[in-house]
Design a protein around this ligand. Structure first.
Ligand SMILES: CC(C)(COP(=O)(O)OP(=O)(O)OC[C@H]1O[C@@H](n2cnc3c(N)ncnc32)[C@H](O)[C@@H]1O)[C@@H](O)C(=O)NCCC(=O)NCCS
Ligand SMILES: Nc1ncnc2c1ncn2[C@@H]1O[C@H](COP(=O)(O)OP(=O)(O)OP(=O)(O)O)[C@@H](O)[C@H]1O
Length: 197
């Protein structure tokens, strides 16, 4: 039986860092962020819906979606964020289910669904176990500002658009504390995978 694991955490908490470690162990990853980019490519149904809802000012010259512009709109306006979610999330869910089904048919020992909004979007019924990547607020803010060259306000508006990590800790089956070194994170991950698989 393929174990379906949900990997989650806040923005810049270290999900990609951990999912890369999991991939090294030949466990397939279903990446919600990657899928959410693919389903809004030019010509896809969600692309047209986004253009209708947000207007052509959020497009680049080559007609692709200007993610920076769309981000600056939706991370400052809850209603617009929910509107974008209502367009993008159904298509993401559908593709995640398909990729999970493929991993099961391939009889993989596990498949990991990397979903930033696993708890916010109530997607836990898609997975058997949940693994949270935790960092404290200051580390999260610092890493996000460094990685994306965001101003403090830009980084905070993104962090505050998600459920606080402290609340997610209460909901997760296992938690990796990613405040420390990469090596410490790897050790915690290995312990959890050994227990589960
Ligand atoms: C607003 C968009 C265009 C900004 O694109 P950008 O390339 O700057 O960011 P990217 O997609 O890489 O997301 C980075 C992180 O932002 C956070 N995030 C993204 N969307 C949301 C959202 N709707 N609500 C809360 N946090 C979000 C996640 O932690 C994600 O890992 C993009 O994030 C988007 O289309 N979001 C809606 C779809 C979505 O919810 N994606 C998240 C997983 S399905
Ligand atoms: N233990 C660590 N020590 C130092 N830096 C780290 C550590 N873990 C992650 N980072 C750095 O923090 C930043 C965020 O990590 P990562 O991109 O893995 O987060 P994420 O949760 O996937 O982000 P997003 O939600 O935006 O997709 C990256 O620049 C990464 O290199």
């Amino acid at each position: 039986m393929t174990m379906v694991i949900g990997l989650t955490g806040g923005i810049a908490s270290g999900k990609s860092t951990v999912s890369n470690m999991i991939r090294e162990q030949q466990i397939p990853i279903v990446d919600a962020d990657l899928i959410s980019r693919q389903v809004v490519e030019v010509g896809k149904p969600a692309y047209h819906q986004i253009q209708e809802a947000f207007g052509s000012s959020i497009l680049n010259e080559d007609e692709t979606i200007n993610r920076e512009k769309l981000g600056s709109i939706i991370f400052q306006d809850e209603k617009k964020r929910y509107l974008l979610n209502s367009i993008v999330h159904p298509a993401v869910r559908k593709e995640m289910l398909q990729q999970t089904g493929m991993a099961k048919r391939n009889k993989e020992r596990a498949v990991v669904l990397d979903i930033p909004l696993l708890f916010e979007s109530k997607l836990t019924q898609m997975v058997e176990k949940t693994l949270l990547i935790y960092v404290d607020e200051n580390t999260q803010l610092e890493r996000l500002m460094n990685r994306n060259s965001y101003l403090k306000e830009e980084a905070l508006s993104r962090i505050q658009s998600q459920m606080p990590l402290k609340e997610k800790v209460e909901l997760a089956d296992e938690v990796i504390n990613n405040n420390g070194t990469i090596n410490e994170t790897r050790q915690q991950l290995n312990r959890i995978l050994e227990k589960w698989l």
